[in-house]
Structure formats: structure tokens, C-alpha cells
Design a binder for this molecule. Structure first.
Ligand code: FNR
Length: 186
């Protein structure tokens, strides 16, 4: 089983991206254990705060360190990524020389109410992911169009083709982590 640090780029209670993450979590059992990283209590990045680092920042770095892989589930905000996500990305790259992201297997997905939503945000995030040293899975791309009824209240996918696609995505992610991640202790 792989422990995955999940970064949902929305703080909204009814976030479709959080629902999508929960859907993937359910489909991915028992191969994955999802841990939802808290982003809402991170202060805006300020280098001065390293003098007495906030507990939320230390927790963020520990969450990444203890994970086998990282999964971003992000909405698109004005054709880019939401600021909560960028803020977390920046915090975890510091202090200089202690970048938490380096060498972690990662994947990016996103959900939107529209058809092509999150494509540009994901593209921006792919660029950042390589810069910060994540080992990013390129395929398959997942642009989840969150239509009413497609996911039920128990986070089950109601459409068979969509469910199969998401299952195959998760299998590919599992294989990616096995291939590029740190060897697991016996
Ligand atoms: C959006 N939304 C949006 N959607 C999109 O496909 N492309 C975009 O550029 C934007 N821009 C944007 C900016 C801001 C500030 C907000 C609040 C929203 C709509 C967005 O896809 C929609 O609100 C999703 O429901 C947000 O995801 P969560 O919060 O439901 O996970």
C-alpha cells in the first residue's frame, strides 16, 4: 500500500475537487492510503517566519516527507492554480537546501464543472512540479468534468466507462510510484 499526500487546491466545503479526491480514494483501495494535507491554516509565505516556524508549516513538510507520493487535485482559478496550492508549494521548498518535494513521485488531476476546465491550471502545475523536483507522471491526463450525478453521495462513480478510466489511471499511478519511488522497506 502506498501512502499518498493529497493536495486539494480548494478550501471550499462543497469542493468538487475534494469530492473527486474522495472518489479516487475509494476506487484506489486497498492499494493507496490517502492523507489530506491541510492547506487552510498555512500563513502566506514569509521568509521571516522561519526564525520560529509555524506548526502548520512543519506539519506540511512532515506530511510530504512521510508520503510515498504526492497527488494534486486542483481546480483552475483564472487559468492558473489557486493561491493556496502555490503557497504550500513555496513553503515546502524551503528552507534552502531542504526542499521537501525533491524526488517524490507525483501526479496531477483536476475537476471542474465545465468540459476543458483545469487544463491550463494543470499545465502551470506541471511546469512547477518539474522545477521543484517532483517526479511527475505525464500520462494519463485527467480532466474530470464533474457533471451532476456522475459521482453519488457515497463517492461512487455512476458511469461504467468513467469508472474504468479512473481505475486504469490509479493502476498507472501505482505502477509509477513502484517504478520511480524510494524502495519500500521489507
Ligand atoms: C473559477 N473557475 C474557473 N474554472 C475554469 O475552468 N477556469 C478558470 O479559469 C476558472 N477561474 C476561476 C476563478 C476563481 C477565483 C474561482 C473561484 C473559480 C470555476 C471553478 O472551476 C469552479 O468554481 C470549481 O467548482 C472550483 O473547484 P472546487 O472549489 O469546487 O473544487
Amino acid at each position: 500500500m502506498f501512502k499518498v499526500a493529497v493536495f486539494v487546491g480548494s478550501l471550499r466545503r462543497e469542493s468538487i475537487n475534494r469530492k473527486f479526491a474522495k472518489t479516487l480514494e475509494k476506487l484506489g483501495q486497498p492499494s493507496f492510503a490517502f492523507h489530506y494535507v491541510e492547506l487552510g491554516d498555512l500563513p502566506m509565505y514569509n521568509d521571516d517566519l522561519w526564525a520560529d516556524p509555524p506548526a502548520s508549516v512543519l506539519r506540511l513538510k512532515a506530511d510530504i516527507a512521510s508520503a510515498d507520493a504526492v497527488l494534486f487535485v486542483t481546480p483552475e482559478y483564472n487559468r492558473s492554480i489557486p493561491p493556496v496550492l502555490k503557497n504550500a508549494i513555496d513553503w515546502a521548498t524551503r528552507p534552502y537546501g531542504k526542499n521537501s518535494w525533491a524526488g517524490k513521485p507525483a501526479s496531477i488531476v483536476g475537476a471542474s464543472p465545465g468540459v476543458i476546465g483545469t487544463a491550463v491550471a494543470q499545465e502551470h502545475l506541471r511546469y512547477l512540479a518539474t522545477i521543484i523536483g517532483l517526479i511527475l507522471m505525464g500520462q494519463p491526463e485527467v480532466y474530470f468534468s464533474f457533471k451532476p450525478g456522475l459521482v453519488d453521495e457515497n463517492f461512487e462513480v455512476t458511469d461504467e466507462t468513467t469508472r474504468q478510466f479512473l481505475e486504469s489511471y490509479l493502476s498507472r499511478f501505482e505502477a509509477w510510484i513502484s517504478r520511480v519511488g524510494e524502495p519500500k522497506e521489507a
